[in-house]
Design a protein around this ligand. Sequence first.
Ligand SMILES: [Ca+2]
Length: 82
Amino acid sequence: MGDIDGNGTIDGRDASAVLAAYAKSSSSATGDTGLTPAQEKAGDVTEDGSLDGRDASAILTHYTMLSAGKAVSLSDFSVKNN
Ligand SMILES: [Ca+2]
């Protein structure tokens, strides 16, 4: 979860990918994100069924905290835990 581009790490590029997909789906009549279903699932880190700024924010926060040496899990950002 969270690794949208599939390079093995969750980082700022994944947050950017989510934002780009969100922008694309917002401007598309069909809501097409331009991502594969697997990528959409990976990007929906808040697990609320939609890909939006909250997912990008969660990915970025997660990456920032990991970079700062904090032990966090992406599931900490799931709506189930809010
Ligand atoms: Ca990645």
